[in-house]
Design a protein around this ligand. Sequence first.
Ligand SMILES: Cc1cc2nc3c(=O)[nH]c(=O)nc-3n(C[C@H](O)[C@H](O)[C@H](O)COP(=O)(O)OP(=O)(O)OC[C@H]3O[C@@H](n4cnc5c(N)ncnc54)[C@H](O)[C@@H]3O)c2cc1C
Length: 387
Amino acid sequence: MTRTSDLLIVGAGVVGLAHAVEAVERGLDVTVLERDAHAVGASVRNFGHGCLTAQTGDALELATRGRGTWLRLGAEAGFGVAECGTVVVARSAEERAALEELAATRGDDVELLDPARVVDRVPVARDGLHGGAFLPRDLRVEQRRAAGAIAAWLAARPGAEIHFGCPVHGIAGAGEARAGAGGIGDASGDGPVVVRTGRGEFRAHRVLLCVGHDLDRLVPGLADDAGLRRCVLQMLQVRPHTPLTIGPAVLTGSSMLRYPALSGTAGAAALRERWRTERPELLDAGVNHMLTQLPGGDLVVGDTHHYDRTPEPWTDETLDDLLLAETRALLGTGVDVVRRWRGVYADAPGEFLIRPVAPATSAVAVTSGIGMTTAFGLAPAVLDRVL
Ligand SMILES: Cc1cc2nc3c(=O)[nH]c(=O)nc-3n(C[C@H](O)[C@H](O)[C@H](O)COP(=O)(O)OP(=O)(O)OC[C@H]3O[C@@H](n4cnc5c(N)ncnc54)[C@H](O)[C@@H]3O)c2cc1C
C-alpha cells in the first residue's frame, strides 16, 4: 500500500505528464502510473510539431497558453524545444489563396513568402512553387526525448511519484478497496479513490485517466457515448540523399485541408474540389503531407489517417509509397527509408474530452491530432475545473 496522493494520473504520455507538471507546481502530491517501462504511445511517435497558428477556437487558446510551459520545461528538463516556426509551402494558386486568407486575419503570426523567400527558409524544390507562409509562433519539440525527460524531471520533484510498468485495471471504489468489483464506475462514497493495478492498489483523493486512445479499454461505455475511435497514421523516418538542414516544420497543401484555420478558407475548398479529380488518392488516404527534422538530420515524414474503433493491424505499402513520392517531389531529392511506424491517437467529435467517470475520477483526452500542441494549456484548464 502506498500513500494517499492528492492526485493520481493514469498514463505518462504528454497529456498525463502535463497534468502532473501542473499539479506539482500547484503544490499537490501527485502519483503517475504508466503501464509500459517508458512512454511509447502517440507522444513519442509524432512530429513534435507545436502547431499553434493553424488552430482555431479553444485549441488555439490552449496552444497559446501552453507555449511558454514547453519552452521552460525544455530548458529545465533538458530536451529540445525550438522556436523555429513553420513554413507552409504553396504549390498551387488555391494554396496561395488559402494562406493569404489566413494572413488577412492573423497579423504578425503569419508572414507571406514569395517563392524565393520560401526557398531561403526551407530547402524545398523551387519548381512549381507559388509561395508560402512563415508561422513564427509555432514550435518544434524533441518528441522522442520529451516524455522521458519530463518524467525524470517530475520524479525529482518533492511530492511527485512516477511508477512505470504499472498497468491500471480499474477503480475499485471510494473510501474502501473493493477487490473484485467491476472496475471504473463502481466508486461511491467520500473517501479516497482506490486504483487497482497489476502491482497492487494506490489511493488518491482525485484521479485523472489520461490513457489516450486506450480509454475504451478502461471505460468502454464512456468511449461508446463519446464516439471514441482510434486514428491510425502511417509515418516514416527518411534520410535525404543530399544532407539538408530544415529548421521549421514544413506543411503542404494537404495540411491546409486538415488544420482548421486553413481548411475553412475558400482557397482550401477550391483545392479540395480540384483534388477530387486530380489527386483523389491524397484525399482517400487522409494525407497530411508534412515533415520535421530530427536532431541527427533525418526527417520525420507523414502522414495518413484511418479511423476505426478497432483498426486492422496491417500497414499499407501503397500509402508509404505515396508519402515517399510526395517527399521526393517536395524536396527535389531522393530519400531512403530508415524506419516505419504506425502512430495512433484518440479521435472523437470535438477536440477535447473531459468527462467524469466516477466520483473524484475524470477522463481527459485530446481527441484530435494536437496533443503536443495543446496539452500544456489543457492541463491548467482541467485542474481549475476538477480540483
Ligand atoms: C503519428 C502522429 C503524429 C502526431 N503529430 C502531432 C504533432 O506534430 N503535433 C501535435 O500537437 N500532436 C500530434 N499528434 C497527436 C499527439 O501525439 C497526441 O495527441 C498526444 O501524444 C496524446 O497524448 P496522450 O498522453 O493522450 O497519449 P499517449 O502518448 O498515447 O499516452 C497515453 C499513455 O497511457 C498509457 N496507458 C494506457 N492505458 C493504461 C493503463 N490501463 N494503465 C497505465 N497506463 C496506461 C499508455 O501506455 C501511454 O503511455 C500526433 C499523433 C500521432 C499518432
